[in-house]
Design a protein around this ligand. Structure first.
Ligand SMILES: [Zn+2]
Length: 209
């Protein structure tokens, strides 16, 4: 089944956005927020983004390139943050979107860091560095949703879905479906669109996947 998708991306990664739009055969909502909405009222801005850009879509494809980090002081992350927040908003006529994070090739080695032996359970886990050095908190929080027990996250623990660009390219609809299905699947902790992230100790550094 085709799902209408909205692409959230940094302008530096626009070639990947174009490739998805032109070559992937996905039913796409071709609107992206590159111009400021003329208002200082944040609630109004968020409502405009939801109504004018996102209301028609059910999956947000969030491109994760080299300029997405929460901690990147050279970058203004306002737009991608608002897009993710609006995507996660669950309103009456505007249900939340599934979120599919697509890791672009330039970030493979920064995010997929190999294996390590866990000092909690003794098992081997993969290091997947979805954190302030790679993405904005709106993504990382809903990928590693804070939990009390356990050392590693399963797919059932997450709201965001993550995929490498090359895998996404091979079967885009499979991953879009996975993200879409998250909208109705039980998540142990609901995703958050607005959250006081700064005091969250669970959102610090590397977590196991
Ligand atoms: Zn473990």
């Amino acid at each position: 089944m085709a799902h209408k998708c909205f692409i959230s991306f940094k302008t530096q990664d626009i070639d990947y956005k174009k490739e998805i739009q032109e070559d992937f055969g996905i039913d796409m909502i071709d609107k992206s927020l590159n111009e400021a909405i003329d208002s200082k009222d944040e609630d109004y801005i968020m409502r405009k983004i939801r109504e004018d850009y996102l209301s028609d879509s059910t999956v947000t494809i969030h491109l994760i390139g080299s300029y997405n980090a929460e901690n990147d002081l050279q970058q203004d992350q306002t737009y991608i943050k608002r897009e993710l927040q609006a995507s996660l908003y669950n309103g009456k006529n505007n249900t939340k979107n599934g979120i599919l994070g697509v890791v672009l090739p330039s970030m493979y080695k920064n995010i997929y860091k190999g294996e390590y032996t866990c000092h909690f359970c003794g098992e081997i886990h993969n290091y997947v560095a979805i954190d302030d050095e790679t993405v904005v908190k709106e993504f990382s929080y809903n990928y590693y949703i804070p939990k009390i027990n356990g050392c590693c996250w399963t797919e059932e623990d997450r709201y965001c879905v993550l995929v490498k660009w090359d895998d996404f390219k091979d079967s885009p609809n499979e991953y879009i479906d996975n993200a879409f299905d998250k909208r109705s699947s039980p998540i142990k902790c609901p995703p958050k669109s607005r959250h006081e992230f700064s005091n969250d100790p669970n959102n610090s550094f590397l977590h196991a996947a």
